[in-house]
Design a protein around this ligand. Structure first.
Ligand SMILES: C[S@@+](CC[C@H](N)C(=O)[O-])C[C@H]1O[C@@H](n2cnc3c(N)ncnc32)[C@H](O)[C@@H]1O
Length: 276
């Protein structure tokens, strides 16, 4: 079977999902990334894996948008560092004044930087201060990343976001990244992290996702898919888990009529951690 989606292209699909219900996701700029190929991938994914994926991605974006906005308004964070940022548009949704560091693979960063610059010049996007860093989380580049981030962040308080990424990297890479987060952050800084629990592997939705991926994804050499249990976050030294949501709980908060069939929903866990 011909492989058709590369890992970085999953970021386009995520944007298409967020654009599907702007009132829910609050991402009024996601549609800028739309293109025919992505729309076809997104449609196929929804048909073959789970009809809830668009709404699930809207809920995830809404949760982090509201959480980060609230922390910024309370003057608790000055910089948002988005690891595996893809084509997420938080810089333009959140208040001006927050600064941004976006980290992803070379091709995503090159394309995003060029598009964002153009759209800001054309007035399609408001002006924001964004620094981009390209890297590969599989390649133990944390020492280099640390220097680059510190140079931009200059000791300021920060929120680190890692959403839609941990599934694609392994445990070793994850542990190295969380060690890096600890080095980068000050006391009372925040991490927002998203992952699937291991128990989800038994659901029909998850199995359909894996067979879709096996059929369609051009994976990198290390790709296996990672699920993570709550213990990882509860036992993460130096951090306290201060909030945890999933699509069921977010559905109740942001869309009162949303009820999902458990077996089909690819239920992600959203974790909010605060550094001790
Ligand atoms: C599903 S997208 C999610 C993008 C974004 N966080 C969002 O929620 O819209 C996954 C992102 O992780 C990035 N990614 C996956 N593996 C990576 C790696 N080894 N190094 C750097 N970035 C990686 C991809 O390039 C892609 O942008």
């Amino acid at each position: 079977m011909k492989k058709t989606i590369e890992i970085h292209e999953t970021a386009f699909v995520t944007s298409a999902f967020r654009a599907s219900n702007v009132a829910l996701s609050k991402d009024c700029f996601a549609a800028l990334w739309a293109n025919e190929k992505t729309d076809a991938h997104a449609k196929e994914y929804v048909e073959e894996v789970s009809k809830y994926e668009p709404i699930a991605h809207c809920l995830r974006n809404r949760y982090f948008f509201e959480t980060i906005q609230s922390l910024f308004k309370q003057k608790k964070i000055e910089v948002l560092i988005n690891f595996g940022a893809g084509f997420s548009m938080y810089p333009f949704l959140l208040d001006q004044g927050l600064e941004h560091i976006e980290i992803d693979q070379d091709d995503v960063i090159a394309y995003k930087k060029e598009r964002i610059f153009k759209w800001m010049q054309e007035g399609k996007l408001p002006e924001r201060k964004i620094e981009y860093i390209s890297t590969d989380f599989n390649e133990s580049k944390e020492a280099e990343l640390f220097i680059k981030v510190q140079k931009i962040k200059k000791g300021r308080s920060c929120f680190i976001l890692i959403e839609g990424v941990l599934f694609f990297i392994d445990k070793e890479d994850t542990l190295r990244l969380f060690e890096l987060f600890k080095k980068i952050q000050n006391t009372e800084d925040y991490i927002g992290s998203v992952s699937f629990k291991k128990e989800l592997e038994h659901t029909l939705g998850f199995q359909k996702m894996i067979s879709f991926i096996e059929k369609n994804l051009v994976a990198n050499q290390k790709f296996q898919y990672q699920t993570i249990n709550d213990d990882f976050y509860n036992q993460l030294g130096g951090y306290e888990l201060i909030d945890q949501k999933d699509h069921h709980s977010l559905g109740k908060i942001y869309g009162s009529d949303l009820i999902f069939k458990k077996d089909i929903l690819l239920n992600e866990q959203m974790y909010l951690l605060k550094k001790n």
